[in-house]
Design a protein. Structure first.
Length: 124
């Protein structure tokens, strides 16, 4: 509790000293204090308005960002679908060629096995 007593005593003594050493009259001090208070009030209202405008601007920016992201996502999805559709015939042709190559490899392997058997039979 002694800290708060010291704080209160210091504030009281500081206030009394300021009043006694102040060269202005009480009326002048009240007028200055009123003007200062009005300036502070006006500044705080201006700040409040600026903060509200900033909040609205940030909200609008966030909404625009979401909207842009959705458009980009939709465009990308459409481009992927178009790519898949346009490459389907090429993919099918590649699959057919791979199937033919596999069939040819099997045929070649069977032919090599037959040839090997005949060579073995000729040696005997």
């Amino acid at each position: 509790m002694s800290f708060f007593k010291g704080l209160l005593t210091g504030a009281l003594l500081g206030g009394v000293t300021a009043l006694l050493k102040n060269p202005n009259t009480g009326e002048e001090n009240r007028r200055k204090l009123r003007a200062y208070s009005q300036d502070i009030t006006a500044a705080s209202r201006k700040l409040e308005g600026s903060l509200a405008k900033t909040q609205i601007a940030l909200s609008d920016l966030a909404n625009q960002g979401l909207s842009t992201a959705k458009v980009a996502r939709d465009d990308l999805s459409e481009a992927i679908r178009d790519f898949q559709t346009s490459t389907l015939p090429h993919r099918n042709a590649i699959q057919e060629k791979l199937a033919k190559i596999n069939a040819d490899l099997e045929q070649t392997q069977m032919s090599l096995e037959d040839l090997e058997e005949r060579l073995q039979a000729d040696k005997e």
